[in-house]
Every structure is written in C-alpha cells, then in structure tokens.
Design a binder for this molecule. Sequence first.
Ligand code: FNR
Length: 362
Amino acid sequence: MPDLFDPLSIRDLEIPNRLAVSPMCQYSCEPDGLPTEWHRVHLGSRAVGGAGIVMTEATAVTPRGRITPHDLGIWSDEHASGLEPTTQFIREQGGVPAIQLAHAGHKASKTQPWEGNAPIAPEDGGWEVLSPSPDAYPPFDGGRPAMTKATQDDIQDVVEAYRAAAERSLAAGFDIAEVHAAHGYLLHEFLSPVTNRREDEYGGSFENRSRIVREVVDAVRDVWPDEKPVFVRISGTDWLEDRESWDIAQSVRLGEDLADRGVDLIDVSSGGLHPEQNVPGGPNFQVPLAQAVSEGADIAAGAVGGITEPKQADAVIRNGRADLVLVGREFLRDPYFGLRAADALTNDAASRWPVQYRRGVR
Ligand code: FNR
C-alpha cells in the first residue's frame, strides 16, 4: 500500500502527495463572485504549506447558485482570469490546483455564517432560490428563502452552466474539476428522496433522482480534457435512517454510474441535507463511507472529516481505506499542515519544503 507522501497518478496528472485541502467557503468576495487578495493568500499559503491538491471553495456556476452574495463564482471570463494567478502560484509550489463547481440550490441566498446564515429576501439583495420540490424544503439553518421549483428548462440551464464553468476553469488553469453533489445543495437535493418529491423524469426512482448528476457530469467530462481528472463530492448518507433518504447503498450505485462516465474519484462526505440528521462525528467518522464507495463501486475515493493528525492521515492511505485524504479545519488552524506532516512522516522533509523555508525544517 502507498503512504500519504507517495504520489498519486490519475490519468496523466501526477499529484505529488495524497493530502488535499478540502473545499472551504470563505464568503469573502465583494458581491460579484470575483476572487480577492484573501483568496490568493488563503489558497496560496496552503500550497506553500505542502498540500498536494489545493481545492477552491464551492465556486458558483451561476449567481443564483451562491450560498451567500459573497461566494466565489466562475460564471464569466473575468472570474476565470481572476483565478489564474492563484492556479499559477499553486502550481509553482508543486501543488495541483482544483476547483469545486457548485450550485447551492435551496440553501442559497443567505447571509454569511458570521452574520447569522439568515435568508435574504429578493427585495433585500437576495434572490429566488431553485429547488427540486419547494414543498419538501427543510429549513436547515436560518429559515426559508423565497423559492421556485426548478422547471426542466432550469435544469438544462444548470447543466449548461456547469459545462461553461468547467470550460472557464480549464482556461483559469485548474487541473481537477470537482462537481459538488453533497451537503444538501442543488445536486444532493435532487438525489435525496427527502428533498426530491418530483414526479417527472428527475424525481421518483434512483435512476430519475440521479439523472441531473449524470447530465452535469457528462457536460463537465465533455469539455474537461481526457488527460485531466474529474472528481465528484457526494454525501455518502443523509444520516436519516428513520425515513426514506439517501444512503450508502445508493452512493455505491451512483459511484458505479459515475465511474462508467469517466469520473475518477468520489470525494465522500456526508449529511447537510436535513436538520434532523444524526451525524456521529469524531475522528475518521466518514472514512468508512469512503471505503464502502471505493470497494463497492471499484473507484478511487477521497476520505474527509475529523482527520487532524499526520499519522492518522497516513494510516487512512496505508490501510487502503481511501486514495486521498482531504483535510478541512486542520488546514484552517495550520496552513502548513502538509509541511508538518512531511516532518513527522518522511526522512526527506527538507526536499519537500519550499527552498525559502528550508532553514525551518527540524
Ligand atoms: C466547509 N466544507 C465545505 N465542503 C464543501 O464541499 N464545499 C465547501 O465550500 C465547504 N465549505 C466549508 C467551509 C468551512 C469554513 C468549513 C469548516 C467546512 C466542509 C469541508 O470541506 C470538510 O468536508 C469538513 O470541514 C470536514 O472536514 P474536517 O474539517 O473535519 O477536516
């Protein structure tokens, strides 16, 4: 089995190690979706800090797909050129730049978390959010926004927005495109029977509920070069065992479908759909979900959630439980977590540190 610092080859891309910065919203744009100095420093520091993959926050494919008016976006060429210096810098540090492409669905049009996550009405600068079934909306945090049911035209617009976003991401210099289909946002809202009560070909059976995800993935794969990987982040389960919901068996089935369509890795998170979810939490709590998807669907998987220590991350890889470890909050606490992990786990940490920092190697 490889270890955390063994390179990972997917298609023609060599990722220098198996540690990734998990996508984390910064809610720090002016209300235009353009990256600021904050994004450059935030993502750039983590590339200096030794992450093999540095992934952007959920980056909205349309203005309506933002969680807050301050989310990053990729719906115009100006957004792509704004991101280019960051992808270039990440690559100069030896890292791989990745972008998470997102549509927030019915969890959109909210204030930033530090402003209370409250719905913003259209007349106050918000917008009508898109939902597979507005009547099924569980007010997850902060209440119910103004909502419209997605028509089939809306669905096709979303698919095309993902295609255009992938094309722009490529122009911006990203090597990996990750489709965000987790955490109760638009694509997960379609997947889960809890939030999808539609009776057309986008609701009902597994086949129908997962149709939009297949269409989005096909559109992204269509424009994303064959030599570059596509990832999909899913919620492995809704953690709602007391009702008909999205679960690990459906995640495995989706993983099989997506592997057939040229997806290279499933990034397995969980939950985020409903306030009554029963999430266990704790160290490695989602690792079993990643392992189940990987083994059940015969596809590479990323593990995320509660991974905070170098040895712990290394063990996930060495024990063959996942192919990639994504770290979120530990990378907020310590942008140099990757260098710390190299110090702890390798005998050649110095060669992995930026030349400018080598006098700091222990
Ligand atoms: C997140 N998370 C997240 N997930 C995602 O898929 N897209 C996103 O944009 C965000 N945004 C975000 C912001 C912040 C501030 C946090 C803390 C988290 C979830 C994140 O990627 C990760 O899956 C979880 O934090 C669990 O991993 P850790 O933090 O236990 O390593």
